[in-house]
Design a protein around this ligand. Sequence first.
Ligand code: AMP
Ligand code: MG
Length: 355
Amino acid sequence: MREPYRTSTITFRVDPQVPEPRPIALAGEAIRAGGLVAFPTETVYGLGANALDSAAVEKIFRAKSRPANDPLIVHIADLSQLPGLAVSVSELAYRLLERFAPGALTLVLNKREAVPANLTAGMDTVAVRMPDHPVALALINAAGLPIAAPSANRFSRPSPTTAQHVADDLKGRVDIILDGGPTGIGLESTILSLVGEAPQVLRPGGVSLEELRAIVPDLTYQPQYLADEAAAASSPGSMLKHYSPRATVVLFRGDDDLAVWAAMRAFADEHDHVGAMTLEREASRFADLDVTVESLGADLDAAAARLFSALRSLDSRGLKWILARAPDSSGLGLAIGDRLLRAAEGDVIDVKPRR
Ligand code: AMP
Ligand code: MG
């Protein structure tokens, strides 16, 4: 394993709507000088570096302890930056960008030679997105460069949705943290590959499949969860273990509400040091048990925004178990279910309906 990247970390607070010019200029200079800057986007916080400088890109892998076979997403602020990164960009790609850029959609395209090999894990494709956040866009513009940025967490930890999460994982490994408050969506972007025979979703995320299908009716999505690191290497993002807290996450799945709650209560009754993540209206199900409950809010949008933060928060309380229920897979539910399944490392209890 390579040595982690070490540096001293400075945090600047920035207004998320109208970022102050001085911290943005300093952060832009840090990027130009080959340093690392963590910044808010509308999905999660990113750990950024000059995408066209392989030494700067290498620092991202070292700061995160991220394996070299997991490629990064490049962030742009303007479509004029796209031809510098990708070749043979199709008409469909431009239609998608017209609708979803800026936004939580990442496109996988054929890469231009100038894109460093370590950024794409040696593949001839590159993932590109335009974030919908004033701080991210101001930073990219100040740097005057496309910025490579994976989520700003240590490898396999829950993604960061606040600057504090970034500092918890990366203090001493990132030059500047731009603190623009909590992120809006709270889940990573949807990744759509346009390099195969048919458009293929590689990761569900902030843009739902329903929204994408309005423009790409023939898209496919084949969830892949590989427990074996060697097997996962050829298919980036397919590793099952991800977003893992120290506690063991147990995911309950089933359509019969009462049966699912009964199963979760029984588990909580039989184990010690149990936490649970639930929607607000379901929190009372555990009120009479010795369970630490973290509310995910009123609906799926709120749950997406709070999911990673709730995982980190429960984990900091020294619990052994974190119980969660898989949402139905429509809209953001698909991405939430995907993150929960990875946090649970596939540990799912399917609850049969009662009659
Ligand atoms: P993160 O930003 O930390 O969520 O990680 C970026 C993810 O983007 C990786 O884990 C990959 O799944 C995906 N990705 C990046 N580049 C490519 C690519 N060229 N082809 C397929 N997937 C990619
Ligand atoms: Mg990540």
